[in-house]
Design a protein around this ligand. Sequence first.
Ligand SMILES: [Cu+2]
Length: 151
Amino acid sequence: MVSNWSARRVRLAVLLVTAALLAAACGGDDDDSGSNGDGGGGEAQSVEVTAAGFAFDPTTIEAEPGQEVTVTLVNDDEAPHTFTVEDLDVSVEAQGGESAEVTFTAPDSGSVGFLCEIHPEQMTGEISVDGSAASSDSSSSGGRGAYDLDD
Ligand SMILES: [Cu+2]
């Protein structure tokens, strides 16, 4: 049996928790409302990328500017594959049936390609920062813009 008094305490506690959650959810310092509701830049992200049938899945990774991204490469093939971002000097290799993990920092804007170094003709993808996939600014010098996404 619950007395009136403690029932009210419980109600009050629930209200306080709800208020705290709402306050956290609305967190004031972020003006790009409407995108993906996760507090915005700076927070780390984990992504699982599967290599199967000599293709990556997904082929596009969305990231916030400057976000720390941890990619787990899950290799479902028998051949070894790598997850390599040449522009960021990042590479990890997973043997057939195994997985491997690598962490990097997303660029501030635009997009960078990733690929499997062993099968660069077949296995490519793109890390897109802040939703600005192909239409980045013209300052992306690099010279390797020619990744062929055939899906
Ligand atoms: Cu490969």
